[in-house]
Ligand binder design. Sequence first.
Ligand code: MSP
Length: 470
Amino acid sequence: MKNKFYVTTPIYYINDIPHIGHTCTTVVADVLARLHKQTGEDVFFLTGTDEHGQKVADAAKEAGFEDVQKYCDDIAPRFEKAWRDLNIGFDHFIRTTDPRHEQVVKDFLQKIYDKGDIYKDKYEGLYCIGCEKFLTESDLVDGHCPIHPSEKTVQQSEENWFFKLSKYIPQIIKLIENDGTNYINPVGKRAEVLAKLRAGVKDISISRANVSWGIPLPWDKSQTTYVWFDALINYYSATQFVEAKKDFWPANLHILGKEILWFHAVIWQAMLLAAGLEVPLKTFTHSFYMIDGQKMSKSLGNVISPSQLIDAFGVDGARYLVATSFPRDNDTDVGIGKYKDKYNADLANNLGNLVSRLAKMGEGLKIDTSKIEYDDQVKEVIDDLRFNEAVLLIFEKWINPVNLKLNEQEPWKKDFEDKTRQELLRWAGGELKKAAYHLMPFIPETSQTIIDLFTGVIKLPKEGLFKRVS
Ligand code: MSP
C-alpha cells in the first residue's frame, strides 16, 4: 500500500486575476505534490476558486455581468490556465459553484444543524468585504481593516444563523497543546492562536440574509451560507466526489497565507469536530510577498502576474524564482530586477552553462545508468518548506563540486581519448543527473531534459537551457 499525501492551496477569490501572491502558494503545493509523487506516494493535489459571496458578486457587477455565474465561468478558467501554463500538476481544480460541492456543503450544514450546533440570533457589527470577515473594534487599525486599509468596513445588522464555535474551543486548545502531530506550523504561530483562543471566542454567524450569491441554507432558503463556511468545506467535498480520490480525507497539509490562519486553525477544525469528521494533519502558514514594502494586491495595483514571469524567465525559471523566494517566515520584497539577478546567477550562469559545457566536452561518452534515490536530507528540508535552503543544498551536493573539479582538472586542455578526462566527464555527468533528479519538483521540464542528456551516452542540448536575461 502506498502512503497517501493530500495537499491543498486556499481556493482563490475570483474578484481578481492571478498574481504572484496566489502563485507562490500554488507553486509551493506543486513542489510538495511533485516531491511526494516522485518518492512513490499516492498524491492528491487540490486547488481551485472561491466563487460565492458579496465580494465576487460586487466584482461581477463592476465587470458588467448581470449573471454572476457567467462572470465566474469567465474568470475561473483564467486561474486554471495560469496554473497549467506554470506546469502546476494539480489533480483536481475545484470551483465552489460546482453543484457537487454545493451538495456536500448542504449535507455538512444539515448535519451540524440537526446536532443542535446552529441557532438563530441577531448579528450586529462590522464587516470587511475584502476579507469576507466579521470584524470587532479591536481588529481595526486606525479605524480600518488591517488587511484592506483602503477599503471601507460596513456596519451589518441582521438576523443570522450562528455556529456554536465556542463549544469546540476547549477541544481545539487540547488539540493544539497535546497534539504530537503539531497541526499549526510554523511553530511560532501556535502561541499566537492559543493566546487568541484563551482570550475567549464567540460563536460566529454562518449565514447572510442580504447576500443572495451563495448556497441557500437547507432549512432556511431565505439565507445563504457565509462564504467562508462554504469555501472551507472544499477541502473535504473534493474527497467526496473526485472519483479517484475518495479515500483521501483527512488532508495531510493545508498551505495558506497568514491572513487566513484563524479560519484554518480554528474555525475549520471546529466545523469538522461538529460534523464528526477527522481534522487535517497539518496546516502551514506563510507570510506575504511585498512590493516596495507593501502587500501585493489588486486594490493597490502593484501586482506581478505569473505570465509576466513566464515571459521573462520561462516556465521553469518562473517556478524556480517563486519557490526560492517563497516568504516562509517573513514578508519578503520581490521584484523583476531581483529575480533577474537570481535567475542569471543560479540558472543561466551556473547550472545552464555547466550543463552545456559538460555536454559539449563529453558528447558521445557512455554514462552511468544506476538508479537515483531521493536524498533524505533534501527531502526533509523540502517537506519543511525551506525551499531556498533545499536548492542551496542541491547545488552544494551535486553542482558546486562539479564546477570545482572541472576548474581544477581543466579537461578542455586534454585529448578526448585521455582516460582521466573521460572518467572525470562521466562522473560529472552523473552528478548533474543527480542534481536534476533532485531539482525535479522545482523545474520539472528542465530536469527531465538534463536527465535525458546524461542517460545512455552524453548528448548535446538542442539550445541553451537557460538563456541569460539582460
Ligand atoms: N478565498 C479565500 C481562501 C479560502 S480557502 C478555503 C482567500 N482567497 S484569496 O484569493 O484572497 O487568496 C488568499 C491566498 O493567496 C493567501 O492565503 C495566500 O495564500 C495567497 N496570497 C495572496 N496575496 C499574497 C501575497 N502578496 N503574498 C503571498 N501570498 C499571498 O483568502
